[in-house]
Design a protein around this ligand. Structure first.
Ligand SMILES: Nc1nc2c(ncn2[C@@H]2O[C@H](COP(=O)(O)OP(=O)(O)OP(=O)(O)O)[C@@H](O)[C@H]2O)c(=O)[nH]1
Ligand SMILES: [Mg+2]
Length: 318
């Protein structure tokens, strides 16, 4: 089957297929009913296709757009072989995600400072841990800042990840607050010539203006201590958060100016399609840098539209 031209990477494609296993299984069985064998491509067919796509959490607006584009491309002949629609549907799905494709680039300014922000339990600390592992393997020197001084166990959780990856860590000494941990970490990263400083922050609701202001302040001071810093501000969102994720993106972006997103827990349930809705409903264009598909260190991949669409469905089986 003809595929759009976006490079994929075998290793992350495999992880993604495993992680999105339940969505893939569900979509696969619904698509088998729809696309295997001759069938009239008409009203009922499109209704069934619509519910198949909705069933993995691709939002109604996105499904509507996708089906509209598909109908526009319907050939005038062979209207009884649904299979002929698949390459076009795949192209449409990849295209929907393509404008959100860009990687987090590190390297030009050392230390490259990245803040991880988001609501409670979104997966910030876990994502940092996975990234520490990934960049350590690539030979980068990593420092983690345990900026979540709110929860007693937060620094321990981060330090376990630091141990696993061999990264260094700066945590609160005594009763020091989040801001001072982060400033200490920046100074240490500068003096020790660290490549990448990953800053963990306490979970906060986007509607809590006092806690949002705290982050704004830390961002401002970071810019004074390190030119251009923080170089990235990544909002971590739980892929199962549904509609609330949209308001998280809007509010965190308004307060801080995000540079990208990490979407976690896409392995939970058959909801892999949620990534389409997040993107189509956002007013801001933000790249998805990373996708989390499990709790262990290897369960994080760079977001790649073609890989993602290929993990959602075994297209070549039809
Ligand atoms: N299945 C799955 N679980 C995940 C993923 N990412 C994180 N988790 C789990 O989600 C839970 C919360 O993750 P944390 O990394 O502690 O979240 P956090 O945003 O740091 O939470 P707070 O610090 O409390 O705000 C943990 O049990 C993680 O193991 C993922 O991609 N898939
Ligand atoms: Mg945390």
């Amino acid at each position: 089957m003809a595929t759009p031209s976006v490079k994929t990477n075998g290793k992350s494609a495999g992880k993604l297929k495993r992680g999105l296993g339940s969505s893939r299984k569900k979509l696969s069985s619904l698509f088998a009913d729809l696309f295997l064998g001759p069938k009239k491509i008409e009203g009922d067919f499109f209704k069934d296709l619509e519910s198949a796509l909705l069933s993995v959490d691709i939002g109604p607006k996105t499904v509507n757009d996708m089906l509209g584009s598909l109908v526009d491309k319907l050939p005038r002949t062979s209207l009884s072989e649904p299979k002929i629609l698949l390459p076009e549907l795949k192209r449409i799905m990849v295209e929907k995600l393509s404008s959100f494709h860009s990687e987090m680039e590190i390297g030009s300014s050392a230390p490259h400072i990245v803040f991880f922000v988001g609501v409670n339990g979104a997966g910030k600390t876990t994502t940092i841990g996975k990234l520490a592992e990934r960049y350590s393997v690539k030979g980068k020197s990593i420092l983690l800042a345990a900026g979540d001084t709110f929860r007693a166990a937060a620094a321990d959780q981060l330090s376990e990840w630091a141990e696993r990856s061999g990264a260094q860590i700066v945590s609160a000494a005594g009763s020091s607050d989040s801001a001072s941990v982060i400033y200490d970490a920046i100074q240490k990263a500068q003096s020790a010539e660290i490549d990448l400083l990953l800053v963990d922050t306490a979970g906060r609701l986007q509607a809590n203006s006092q806690l949002m202001d705290e982050l704004k302040k830390v961002k401002k001071v970071t810019g004074k201590l390190a030119q251009g810093g923080p170089h990235d501000i990544v909002l971590v969102i739980d892929g199962s958060a549904g509609q609330n994720a949209i308001s998280q993106v809007a509010e965190f972006d308004r307060a801080l100016g995000l540079t990208g997103l990490a979407v976690t827990k896409l392995d939970g349930g058959a909801r892999g399609g949620v990534i389409f809705s997040i993107e189509s409903e956002l007013d801001v264009r933000l790249p998805i840098f990373f996708v989390g598909v499990g709790e262990s260190k290897e369960d994080l991949v760079d977001f790649n539209p073609l890989e993602y669409v290929e993990a959602l469905l075994p297209w070549d089986d039809f």
